[in-house]
Design a protein around this ligand. Structure first.
Ligand code: MLT
Length: 410
């Protein structure tokens, strides 16, 4: 008899964005004449920039030649890409990271999900609430969450750190000792950021408690304010306690192409039951070489091109385009009387739903009455109740029209 991993039975019925997609599909079938504007899942709409396309084309030609053909690549990523990551994303910010501390992958979602493999089941996990569902669900799957409590909509073994307007979207340090801490800034879903002082509190906590920070910086390219850190390694001491996740998805439009990377500095250690230090870089390397054969050469060449002069310029234009959409949505919602957060250092706009409605009720109302898809805050966790997320990744026309419809409809 094949026994299943029963932890999967503790998951909520379906992944948030799949639930939304199903609801939208049903509505579309029943209302084929309605033009739906999708500002739900954070998927980009601008095509891959010319610099990356050109690099991909060249790589395609190259692998068709006798000398340019590539078989399996290095599991950790080609050196040409890891070197430009180090130069541009770290050294340029005064951060000292080595190429062998970078692991190129096929996406930050996979990395954030897979990282749980190298940690023991009995680690105490803290997540901000609301949160990108992948952090929670992958800990449920791997048996760290315990059972789900309907009354509180929380898992018994997870420490939830509320981030709401009440605490200005700054998570407070946990009252009980935790071992793994997920932080994402600029935050998905709230679009808010932490300054260096706030982030330092977490690094200090992790150092004092021999905890690890799993820092998701997938949205750092959207930071517009000068004093906001782009990497956790801008904080003193973080190289001893933090793993950082970066992605080309939202930055360079790679949601379909797939490329990201994880940084695990060699000083970051976990512990055995008997208290011996073990390098997490070494463990992740071992895991990667066993379970992964690397990202395709073509894709890594495209990622390399994001750091060329042309690539940087073209990508900046796209980011600015999405940030202008964010401004249109944010200001439009404010004019319509909504209280709005995020949207300044982030492509996500987080709004308070009108009094008397739950996040899902607001989702239904938006879909049915003005044909706009967003993401209900409660889908990201209990503290997301009463909030709603819209993304700036749509087209300019859609962003403008969405706001016009909301202004008329509410
Ligand atoms: C989101 O909408 O939160 C993201 O697109 C999901 C993801 O990056 O996987």
């Amino acid at each position: 008899m094949s026994l299943i991993n029963e932890n999967f039975l503790d998951l909520q019925e379906s992944y948030l964005f799949s639930t939304i997609a199903k609801k939208v599909e049903k509505f579309t079938k029943e209302n084929p004449d309605k033009k739906i504007i999708k500002l739900g899942i954070g998927d980009v709409t601008k095509p891959i920039v010319p610099a990356c396309l050109e690099a991909m084309h060249k790589a395609v030609e190259e692998i068709g030649t006798k000398h340019g053909f590539k078989g399996y690549g290095p599991e950790q990523g080609y050196e040409f890409l890891r070197n430009v990551i180090v130069e541009n994303d770290y050294q340029a910010r005064g951060i000292d990271i080595d190429a062998d501390e970078i692991f190129v992958s096929d996406g930050a979602k996979c990395d954030c999900g897979n990282i749980v493999d190298i940690f023991a089941q009995n680690n105490k996990v803290a997540i901000t609430d609301p949160v990108y569902p992948v952090y929670l669900d992958t800990n449920v799957m791997s048996g760290r969450a315990g059972s789900f409590k309907d009354e509180t909509q929380t898992y018994e073994n997870i420490v939830y750190l509320p981030v709401t307007a009440k605490n200005d979207f700054k998570p407070e340090l946990p009252k009980e000792k935790v071992d793994l801490i997920y932080l994402c800034f600029p935050n998905n879903p709230t679009g808010t950021v932490l300054d260096k002082e706030e982030l330092k509190k977490w690094v200090d906590y992790a150092k004092e408690n021999q905890a690890i920070i799993l820092y998701d910086a997938a949205y750092e390219a959207f930071i517009t304010q000068k004093d906001i850190p782009h990497s956790i390694y801008e904080i003193e001491g973080a190289k001893d306690v933090a793993i950082e996740f970066k992605s080309y998805s939202k930055t360079a439009g790679f949601t379909g192409v797939r490329c990201a990377y994880v940084v695990i500095p060699k000083n970051v250690n976990g512990y055995t039951k008997t208290g011996e230090k073990v390098s997490l870089n070494k463990l992740w390397k071992r895991r990667t070489s066993t379970k992964f054969n690397g990202v395709s050469y073509i894709v890594q060449k495209a990622a390399e091109a994001t750091y060329s002069e042309e690539g940087k310029k073209q990508i900046k234009e796209n980011i600015n385009f999405y940030l202008r959409n964010a401004k249109i949505i944010k200001e439009g919602l404010e004019q319509a009387g909504f209280t709005v957060y995020g949207g300044v250092n982030s492509p996500y706009i987080w709004l308070k739903v009108p009094e008397g409605l739950t996040s899902w009720e607001f989702f239904d109302k938006l879909l049915e009455e003005v044909n706009i898809v967003g993401t209900p805050g409660s889908g990201f966790g209990p503290s997301g109740e009463g909030y709603f997320r819209l993304t700036a990744f749509g087209t300019k026309e859609d962003s403008i029209e969405a706001i016009e419809r909301i202004k008329k409809g509410f």
